[in-house]
Design a protein. Structure first.
Length: 362
């Protein structure tokens, strides 16, 4: 397919999480930043992509427009995965990971969307087949810090039918409140976001075992220290998860063999092409993937399609917040903790242009 145009549409959509704590971002988190990518082929097919842009929207938008788009427009692309690697090689002087990979990944998702539409099949069918029609989801709560507030939202998620709940809490008091709120029969996890020291982990992981956590996510910094993470998992008998902040399969080659759960994020890892490489790597080594997907743009739909193609994707992460608007029509939200996976051509994403125009910035 020959690429006619590449456009980036930066958006900021307000959301409410019901809390008052600073949350997970460097400052108070109140908006979903989205760098939407629109690719059009010379045959008239339009693909939509999604580059991770939380707290870095201007930088990612600039990277797409100034670094990636000029290398894509006018190109005849037959092998998207090979083209992804070509982009990585040509842009490695700007930094091999982070913003550069976010930008490449956003375009990569859009290219796969367009390619699947051109063949009239869903992305899952293009990648070897649709192996299931839905995927179990877990409620991924923000960090509330206050145990009473956390307990309220954790209990509400369970009442709505979720059988898996993830906290983003880092204190024992808050995690204990979460376990009490969801009860003993709901699988509970927590994402530490690298906030524990090695001494903290030694002190707290026995309690995570006592509280029967399904996994503990990114307990240490750096989150890709495979030796340290693997040692914690073996010593304390608590599954460790990591990978949401890793870029390309190169980084995952270190952590996949070392820990139980690996967490590629399609908008951060380098798009569909790199996600597939990681999923195939994990599958070959008998590891389960737990995709990172706390976003609501095309990356949400792409993650669902990849979950349909790879049954080793055990759960779908649903960020438990209330956005002011959905950028895509008919967002497939969890129902009784399952998410139906669209079987339309491409990702199944259909943009709501009125929402895009309303929340577009820059």
């Amino acid at each position: 397919m020959k690429i006619k145009s590449v456009d980036c549409l930066p958006l900021r959509i307000p959301f409410d999480d019901g809390g008052s704590a600073p949350g997970l971002m460097p400052s108070k988190w109140t908006h979903l930043d989205m760098a939407l990518v629109r690719v059009e082929t010379s045959d008239g097919f339009v693909g939509w992509g999604d580059a991770f842009a939380y707290s870095c929207l201007s930088a990612v938008t600039g990277a797409i427009r100034d670094m990636v788009a000029p290398l894509v427009v006018g190109r005849e692309i037959e092998n998207i995965a090979a083209f992804n690697l070509e982009l990585q090689k040509r842009l490695h002087l700007h930094g091999r990971y982070g913003i550069t990979i976010f930008a490449i990944g956003g375009v990569d998702i859009a290219l796969w969307d367009a390619a699947a539409k051109a063949k009239g099949v869903s992305l899952a069918r293009l990648h070897g087949g649709r192996r299931r029609n839905s995927v179990p989801a877990y409620a991924s709560l923000v960090r509330y810090s206050e145990p009473a507030v956390l307990a309220k939202f954790a209990a509400r998620a369970v009442a709505e039918g979720y059988r898996d709940v993830k906290l983003h809490e880092i204190t024992l008091e808050a995690i204990e409140a979460g376990r009490k709120a969801v009860g003993p029969d709901v699988r509970l996890t927590t994402d530490v976001n690298c906030n524990w020291s090695a001494a903290d982990a030694e002190r707290l992981l026995p309690h995570m075992k006592r509280l029967d956590l399904y996994w503990v996510e990114e307990p240490l910094f750096p989150p890709d220290d495979a030796a340290a993470l693997g040692a914690l998992e073996r010593k304390f008998g608590v599954a460790i998860a990591s990978g949401e902040n890793a870029c390309t399969s190169v980084e995952f080659a270190r952590t996949v063999p070392a820990i139980r759960f690996t967490q590629p994020s399609v908008t951060k890892v380098g798009g569909v092409s790199e996600f597939v490489r990681v999923a195939e790597m994990a599958q070959a080594q008998g590891r389960t993937i737990m995709p990172h997907s706390p976003y609501f743009g095309p990356g949400y739909w792409a993650t669902l399609q990849l979950a349909a193609a790879f049954e080793t994707a055990e759960l779908f992460e649903y960020l438990y917040i209330r956005p002011e608007a959905d950028v895509g029509r008919d967002l497939p939200r969890p129902t009784a903790s399952d998410v139906a996976i669209p079987d339309k051509p491409g990702l199944g994403f259909e943009p709501d242009m009125a929402v895009i125009e309303k929340f577009r910035v820059g």
